[in-house]
Ligand binder design. Structure first.
Ligand code: FRU
Length: 474
């Protein structure tokens, strides 16, 4: 541990202890019960997600000194059931010349009892314009290994700007690694000097020496930057996921500032392939930079930052309480009738206690953490109202998530409307936590996630002839 690391350790400990003390005296109104949050300060992307020897690891982009962001390090949670998480402290500090302005996003690759963590070491150069040109920022690809997720070897810089194709800006980042036959492949997000977003693939025979292999682009330019790319197969379907910046125009006008979605890959991503149109992972207000991993039982689990960068339409009210943002609840990605769907992991079932099982209409109040399931919907309309101000409704093929009040001090904290064309509505699942709601439509073919900030908890559901259950979770 160098002197800088020691300083970080002390400063982070103090910030976390002060926050705990503050919350013990003045409470923590919007702290979630099921969803991972930063102990103090800011959280963004999930990093290094994996399950090793039965233990789930969720690292996260963490800025403990300021609830509005700042220099990034990796915080760390572990769990054996994806529900009860233990905070393990900061694992990776920005303490080397090649990552001194941020231990940016990355992923875990497991082999032979070792966790290989690959990430981007961010360095902002004083004389450059770090947003646009190749000289303003170093985007170093770094490896660090651990056998237990707690004790780490020394960081090793693997790739630097000069190893990336020369038509790229300095925006290259967020490595994710997989193995095929005897070769390792790494995907990274990139932005070209012509402002085209794409993914890069590197290959290696030893996980340490990497060479550029190819680039993945859509047929027509699609956004200017692809962040946090992920490539995986599930139930025989090949999925290329990416968080895309720079999508503008009609189709994107009523959506979030940046998108997170996926292309289905037809063919071989390493050779000749065709990408499908882009599908959004989530249609709500708060969703960015998801990452997936394969659990030991073979499930493909997906966790996202339930937040949005550069989002000017709203001020998260938790900022004044010293923290901001959380993750989505872990979701299983599965294929139904050829479509990519998501559902909360089944571990949640153990926490549920059914309070109501009714037809047509449900009203329940006073319980902040719950799941509502509406099944067998036959009509052409549906409505659920949460805490009087968040309306979920369906009519003529369109499903909407709508806040009735847009004021910054309301339940919405400033947001208004999101929607998706879902076709025929069959079922709806609502998973609510103290300050978040995730809605799964038609077995999770469409999902809407949002933060919300109610002062009391109430849900009213109208769905003529449907079967409605209410499960208390906490
Ligand atoms: C996505 C992202 C990544 C980057 C990280 C920095 O939200 O911008 O591309 O590695 O966040 O915190």
């Amino acid at each position: 541990m160098n002197a800088l690391t020691r300083d970080f350790v002390n400063l982070v400990n103090t910030a976390e202890e002060n926050q705990t003390a503050k919350e013990q005296t003045s409470g923590a109104q919007f702290r979630e019960k099921l969803h991972l949050m930063p102990p103090v300060g800011w959280l963004n992307d999930p990093n290094g997600l994996c399950q090793m020897d039965g233990v789930f690891h969720a690292f996260f982009q963490y800025s403990p000194f300021n609830a509005e962001g700042g220099v990034k390090m990796w915080g760390h949670y572990t769990s054996t059931n994806l529900i009860d998480w233990e905070y393990k402290g900061v694992s990776l500090y920005p303490d080397q010349p090649f990552d001194c302005h941020g231990v940016y996003s990355g992923s875990a690759f497991l082999e032979d009892g070792t966790m290989y963590l690959y990430y981007t070491g961010n360095v902002k150069l004083e004389d450059g314009d770090f947003d646009y040109i190749n000289t303003g920022r170093e985007a170093n690809t770094v490896l660090v290994t651990t056998k237990d997720g707690i004790h780490f070897g020394s960081k090793k810089e693997l790739l630097r700007n000069s190893d990336y194709p020369s038509d790229l800006t300095c925006h290259v980042r967020d490595p994710k690694v997989w193995k095929k036959d005897d070769t390792y492949y790494m995907i990274q997000g990139a932005r070209t000097k012509n402002d085209v977003g794409q993914a890069l693939i590197f290959e290696s025979s030893d996980k340490i020496n990497w060479h550029f292999h190819s680039r993945i682009e859509s047929e027509k330019p699609f956004g200017y930057m692809w962040e946090c790319p992920d490539y995986f197969e599930t139930d025989g379907i090949k999925i290329l996921s990416s968080s895309v910046q720079g999508l503008e125009g009609k189709e994107w006008a009523d959506r979030n500032v940046y998108q997170s979605g996926y292309f289905l890959v037809d063919g071989d991503i390493l050779d000749s392939y065709k990408l499908s149109p882009y599908h959004l992972w989530d249609y709500g207000f708060d969703y960015y930079a998801p990452q997936s991993f394969e659990a030991e039982d073979g499930r493909r689990i997906h966790i996202s930052w339930m937040g949005m960068p550069d989002c000017e339409e709203y001020t998260n009210p938790t900022t004044k309480d010293g923290w901001q943002h959380c993750f989505t609840f872990p979701r299983e990605v599965f294929i139904k009738d050829g479509k990519v769907c998501q559902k909360p992991v089944h571990e949640l079932d153990a926490k549920k206690q059914q309070l109501q099982d009714v037809q047509n209409e449900l009203t329940q109040s006073g319980c902040p953490v719950y799941e509502v399931n509406v099944d067998g919907i036959k009509e052409n309309h549906f409505q659920a109202v949460l805490s009087d101000e968040l309306i979920l409704n369906y009519e003529n093929g369109r499903f909407q998530m709508h806040f009735t009040t847009k004021s910054k001090t309301s339940v919405s904290a400033g947001r208004s409307l999101r929607y998706a064309e879902v076709g025929t509505l069959e079922n709806v699942k609502i998973l609510a936590d103290t300050s978040s709601v995730e809605v799964f439509v038609n077995d999770g073919e469409f999902v809407f996630s949002t933060r919300y900030y109610p002062n009391d908890y109430k849900i009213v559901v109208h769905s003529p002839s449907a079967h409605i259950t209410f499960d208390k979770i906490q």
